[in-house]
Design a protein around this ligand. Structure first.
Ligand code: HEC
Ligand code: CU
Length: 392
């Protein structure tokens, strides 16, 4: 089995996903240019309804303005009786709108069916939505935080939520689907044009949004969609599934740690400040995340107990590593006071090497900046010119 990719590879931080860069399609007042095979059909219906609306809006408002002028009060005369019935008009304004609505219904229904029915040969990507991230899992076990899809081939997203209601929306593809806890939902699209690079040599992308307000960091769920040619995509998949294996054990802490920490930083700060979860920095006087697992630690868990009482030879966890491992794979087992059981499990998402990288990072926490990037001067000299990579 290929090593599971814990998270985010190319996205250096969730905040970067919020960067001001635009997607491939320029900002427009109306819908941006469509970039999927179903976009033209959906846009046609959209425009059809839109133009019908313009037509009737100007017709009704126009007639109204004319009548206001035509029947304005001119003198002192009072109209006691006006016409109160006109069969042709009444039948007209009933039958015509009905016909239009029926036509719209059939066009909409046809579009709905083709948007809902994924072709048999669609490439399947599993999507997990959680507060506040997306996880994309590919058939070979690779994972990513941004979405990568092959060009010229139908792609089916099978989606589930780990917590609350989310909704996946890729504007340029004209697809949007709620992701409901406790059930699977899916959508499909086919994008024929690879996103490629822009003039500055940066990767182009389409925007992906969560469009269901799902809590404080809802906006952290803005992600990018990269469409790669089939060849590029295959290469990417293989790379993606292997990156953690290629890092030397002694370098895991600074090469893999910061990348994996991105999945933790929405809840855990490094500077001791309050977050959704306990800071990895020193916030209760018992030291940082690694220091507070030492023998005799008075870091409080499970309603007033000392963390030190469960770690040590003969105790629940022989080593601090065991406790941290359990906190990541089975977060509900022990709860840090006064926090609730809100941390998702990372079982199946973090390999043993991934967990090791995070533990190594915790052991070296003083070598990291507050945002989770490694301090360039802390990188071992033998690593040569790689400092720039890690500092990213
Ligand atoms: C959704 C928010 C959230 C995310 C994301 C999250 N955690 Fe947590 N974490 C918490 C909360 C809340 C607690 C305290 C309750 C508990 O112990 O489960 C906690 C506790 C912990 C503890 C025990 C801390 C202590 O002081 O004893 C560890 C270790 C930990 N998390 C590691 C991680 C790692 C590693 C990641 C990323 C791979 C991560 N967490 C991602 C919310 C989160
Ligand atoms: Cu969401």
């Amino acid at each position: 089995m290929l090593n599971m990719i814990p998270t985010i590879l190319l996205q250096t931080s969730p905040d970067a996903a919020l960067s001001k860069t635009q997607g491939v399609t320029p900002r427009t007042f109306w819908l941006p240019e469509g970039a999927s095979t179903i976009a033209p059909e959906l846009d046609w219906v959209f425009n059809f309804i839109n133009y019908i609306n313009y037509f009737f809006f100007f017709l009704v408002v126009g007639i109204m303005c004319y009548f206001v002028w035509r029947y304005r009060q001119r003198g002192r005369e009072v109209y006691a009786r006006g016409p109160n019935h006109h069969t042709v008009l009444e039948v007209g304004w009933t039958v015509l709108p009905t016909l239009i609505v029926v036509v719209i219904f059939f066009m909409g229904f046809k579009g709905f069916v083709s948007a809902k029915t994924a072709p048999e040969n669609a490439y399947q990507i599993d999507v997990t939505a959680l507060k506040w991230a997306w996880k994309f899992k590919y058939p070979n076990g690779a994972q990513s935080d941004d979405l990568y899809v092959p060009a010229g081939r139908p792609v089916k997203l099978v989606m589930r939520s780990e917590d609350v209601l989310h909704s996946l929306y890729i504007r340029d593809f004209r697809v949007k689907q709620d992701v409901v806890p406790g059930r699977y939902s899916s959508l499909w699209f086919q994008a024929d044009n690879p996103t490629g690079k822009n003039e500055k040599g940066e990767d182009n992308f389409h925007h992906l949004f969560c469009t269901e307000f799902c809590g404080t960091f809802h906006s952290n769920m803005n992600r990018k969609v990269f469409v790669l040619s089939q060849d590029e995509f295959d290469g990417w998949l293989v790379e993606q599934a292997r990156w953690l294996d290629k890092i030397d054990d002694s370098e895991l802490w600074w090469k893999a740690g910061p990348k994996l920490f991105v999945a933790c930083k929405t809840c855990h700060t490094l500077d001791g400040s309050v977050g959704t979860g306990p800071s990895w920095g020193n916030y209760d006087g018992t030291g940082n995340i690694w220091e507070r697992t030492k023998t005799g630690s008075t870091h409080k868990i499970d309603g007033g107990k000392n963390l030190g009482d469960i770690i040590g030879p003969g105790k629940e966890y022989e080593t601090p590593d065991g406790y941290i491992r359990e906190s990541i794979l089975n977060p509900g087992k022990h709860l840090v006071d006064p926090y609730g059981n809100v941390m998702p499990t990372f079982k199946g998402q973090l390999s043993d090497r991934g967990i090791q990288a995070l533990i190594d990072m915790m052991k070296n926490l003083d070598k990291f900046n507050k945002d989770g990037t490694v301090k360039p001067e802390a990188i071992p000299q033998t690593a040569g010119g790689a400092a720039g990579v890690a500092a990213k």
